[in-house]
Design a protein around this ligand. Structure first.
Ligand SMILES: [Zn+2]
Ligand SMILES: [Zn+2]
Length: 259
């Protein structure tokens, strides 16, 4: 069975547990592979992400990898990063080559127009987001992270007025309104051509089932990740596994080739 978690965070970036705890947990629950994919993005708007040094990252990845070996738990060490508008990853060759896998996620959009607080349906903004995600689909990296979850809505939110659940609902409404068939078709084409995987994002249970079915119909490669930031979430992939099993779907991200 494909019992893997290919998207987790540790306290190296914005997660709570350290890498040993995540890897121990993976072993304890029998994960065939766990990927440690902390944020690394020299252009991230958040200081704590942008200020991580390359040297620290490389040392961290090597330590996590060798700890995995030492307890015989398959571990992939990589990063989650946002690209530029054209889908280019902006890390050095050294970082790129040290990573077993790279998740590219649309954490922000290069958008110069006006954004009004409290207005989530900004057509131009979401058109830019979609264009960027399609570019990411044909750009570097192995997996496209949460294209329908954790959407970049921070600039639209009135601070301290929404709960996590409400933001999740806002993302769902945005997905329904903007991420239409035409967008999915274009993204699908890019991903297939590039052999890049689309992530089933367990933290937000996205994308929508109809989208997963459409991805499966076109035989797009899928990846499974929790995006765990706390230890208890590591390996909680039932939502995705149930869907894969029900549909007997086999075109999954091939972690074995990277171990
Ligand atoms: Zn992310
Ligand atoms: Zn993440």
């Amino acid at each position: 069975m494909y019992f893997v978690d290919l998207h987790t965070h540790t306290k190296f970036s914005d997660g709570q547990p350290d890498y040993k705890e995540v890897i121990n947990r993976a072993k304890e629950i029998g994960l065939k592979c766990v990927a440690i994919t902390d944020h690394f993005d020299p252009y991230d708007p958040k200081d704590e992400v942008r200020n991580i040094s390359e040297k620290d990252l490389i040392e961290f990845l090597k330590n996590a990898k060798s700890y995995g070996y030492s307890i015989s738990q398959p571990v992939l060490c990589g990063i989650e990063t946002c690209t530029d508008f054209n889908g280019n990853i902006r890390v050095s060759d050294k970082v790129f080559n040290t990573c077993d896998l790279i998740i590219t996620s649309g954490h922000y959009v290069e958008y110069e127009g006006e954004i009004k607080k409290g207005e989530y349906f900004n057509d131009f903004y979401w058109e830019s987001y979609k264009e960027k995600i399609i570019n990411m689909g044909s750009g570097q990296g192995d997996i496209i992270g949460h294209p329908e979850g954790y959407l970049p809505i921070e600039s639209m939110i009135i601070p301290n007025t929404t709960t996590y659940e409400q933001r999740k609902e806002i993302c769902k409404l945005i997905s329904e309104r903007y991420f239409d068939e035409n967008f999915i078709n274009q993204l699908t084409k890019a991903l297939i051509k590039n052999d890049k995987a689309y992530e089933l994002h367990c933290a937000t249970e996205t994308p929508r089932i109809s989208i997963i079915q459409s991805l499966m119909k076109k035989n797009v490669r899928l990846s499974v990740g929790t995006d765990a930031h706390v230890l208890q979430m590591v390996g909680r992939v039932n939502w995705a596994l149930d869907i894969l099993k029900k549909n007997n779907y086999k075109n999954l991200f091939d972690y074995l080739k990277l171990i």
